[in-house]
Design a protein around this ligand. Structure first.
Ligand SMILES: [Zn+2]
Length: 213
């Protein structure tokens, strides 16, 4: 599909934000457990002072609708999008990127899920229209605004800590060690704050250009 390049910046896999989604192994959790997905193409409105979230448009390649990115903000349908982003105009799904670690995990566990995939997808599709009926696209809070990034970052850090130091070693047979449990605390606090601050920068309102004269 062709998009109006004078109006939009076009983000595909080679944009840094999109590449980060593909490369960061931690995001496999967001994808596989939470069902958070990033579409393969995003359009970012140019020359607007609104936040990135508000400037993002997500095109449906099947029917051409330009959806507001706010449909998939955390107060709307950010999660449970395991099979892609549902287009409430044509009922098809908008193709998404796949995180590299997710891809590996899906490849390794393929004999388990392949039998159920079609049934799961059918059930998932049936549930979608209802999820898009009463979306509020006007009052969407930015969870990273002000000092929100600290809280969001610490949530994420805590989640990663539990996953990486407790759940993962149990699966991996490595066992939980006191050393790792202690080192994990400062590691994921710093990691979490880094994540929160990056999200604040990404989601923030763009500053008006300062005039030079
Ligand atoms: Zn569509």
């Amino acid at each position: 599909m062709e998009y109006d390049k004078t109006k939009y910046k076009i983000w595909t896999w080679n944009n840094p934000v999109m590449l980060h989604w593909i490369i960061n192994p931690g995001l496999a959790i967001n994808e596989l457990l939470l069902g958070q997905r990033v579409p393969k193409t995003m359009l970012i409105e140019k020359g607007s002072l609104k936040s990135l979230q508000e400037r993002t448009k997500i095109p449906c390649p099947h029917c051409g609708t330009l959806h507001s990115g706010l449909k998939w903000s955390t107060s709307n349908n950010a999660f449970k999008n395991w099979f892609g982003l549902y287009c409430d105009n044509c009922g098809k799904t908008i193709p998404c990127l796949t995180n590299f670690t997710s891809l590996l995990l899906l490849g390794l566990t393929f004999p388990i899920w392949i039998l159920f995939k079609d049934k799961w997808k059918r059930n998932w599709l049936l549930k979608q229209p209802d999820r898009y009926k009463n979306l509020d696209l006007e009052n969407v809070p930015n969870p990273f605004e002000g000092y929100g990034w600290v809280r969001q970052g610490l949530y994420w850090g805590f989640f990663m800590y539990v996953f990486m130091t407790v759940i993962f070693p149990l699966i991996d047979d490595e066992g939980i060690t006191l050393g790792k449990t202690l080192i994990g605390i400062p590691f994921w606090i710093i990691g979490g704050l880094g994540f929160g601050y990056t999200m604040k920068l990404i989601n923030g309102k763009s500053k008006p250009k300062t005039q030079t004269n």
